[in-house]
Design a protein around this ligand. Sequence first.
Ligand code: PMP
Ligand code: GLN
Length: 386
Amino acid sequence: QNSLLSATGTTIFTVMSALAVQHGAINLGQGFPDYDGPEDVIDAAAAALRDGRNQYPPLTGVPELRQAVAAHNRRFYGLEADPNAEVIVTSGATEAITACLMAVLNPGDECVLIEPLYDTYLPVVKLLGAIPRLVRLSPPDWALPRADLAAAFGPKTKAILFNTPMNPTGKVFTGAELAFLADLIAKHDCYAICDEVYEHLTFDGWTHIPLMTLPGMRERCMRIGSAGKTFSLTGWKVGYITCDRSLAPNVAKAHQNLTFTTPPNLQRGVAVGLMKDDAYFAGLSTSLQARRDRLAKGLAEIGFGVLETRGSYFITTDFRPLMAPLGFNGDDVAFCRAITEEAKVTAIPVTAFYASQDAPGHYARFAFCKGEAVLDEALARLRAWV
Ligand code: PMP
Ligand code: GLN
């Protein structure tokens, strides 16, 4: 009971998924596809399972996957990294985030975080005894508030942890925003932990730019990817970190003490995935964009305010236009509970992504990484309910 984690509640994703099961609701809350990833990736993992690849792999990952991560960095971003000294495979991006924070933060160091933020960030920063400095983005455009960001950096700043393309906002950081960030990071001589799990899920011509590719950022960034998102295999929990050789030993030691290794058979599957042709990666975003459009159009027709989504699995909606017609005047938690229990469709209350009390309380996040029939059925249920 009496631990630093006592103040951390059960993650909203687990809470809402359990509620969805309890009420027989379509789960557009927790972000996971209801379709499988590429067959050749799954076949490669299955073959490795049958091929005796079932004992501890090397600590930093199987060589095939580290080489594939390096090749992927070069192909998509022109980023050179030594697969033997600058790539570390982890058990999901979740572990990668913790390992990177552990690698650089000491108690009392400050870590800049951007709200809304993914729910593991803050508890881990606090657990390490570091001090979070929160900078808030505001809807509907979620632009970077440059003065606030500059003010959050100071002599004690050791790192910034941020996410682009961003959950839950669908924001994709622009080149100009990243350049502004890079300037602050260099000026304050600190590190960036870059959660880029949605790197291949961008829409409408928006492209992901890793901060690590900006001038002066090669040695300061820890770039995180996830097979869960890139191959629609969220249960696999295979993540990968690319960082400079000066940082990698500390990151590897964190990984050593967290999980030590990651299932070798799954790693072999992911290695095949990262070597897939460009058409695969383009097709992934095209197919998700169509799902986004289908859900966004339907939600707008029902009367939700639909915010623009440039990347990720998620649409953020403003449900205020529905409040008067429905006679509803609760907050986002009550709204997500009501649609789960009554309309039988689950969404995530966006206040779950804020640390402070005065978060905007009228947004609900819907995941669109689902089959068309499921999206249509969810829309039909919501339409019947309003
Ligand atoms: N970061 C963000 C922003 C996420 O949305 C998620 C959830 N999928 C993760 C990290 C965790 O990724 P993984 O499942 O690979 O641990
Ligand atoms: N990243 C997923 C989301 O935002 C959930 C991951 C989890 O359940 N921890 O929905």
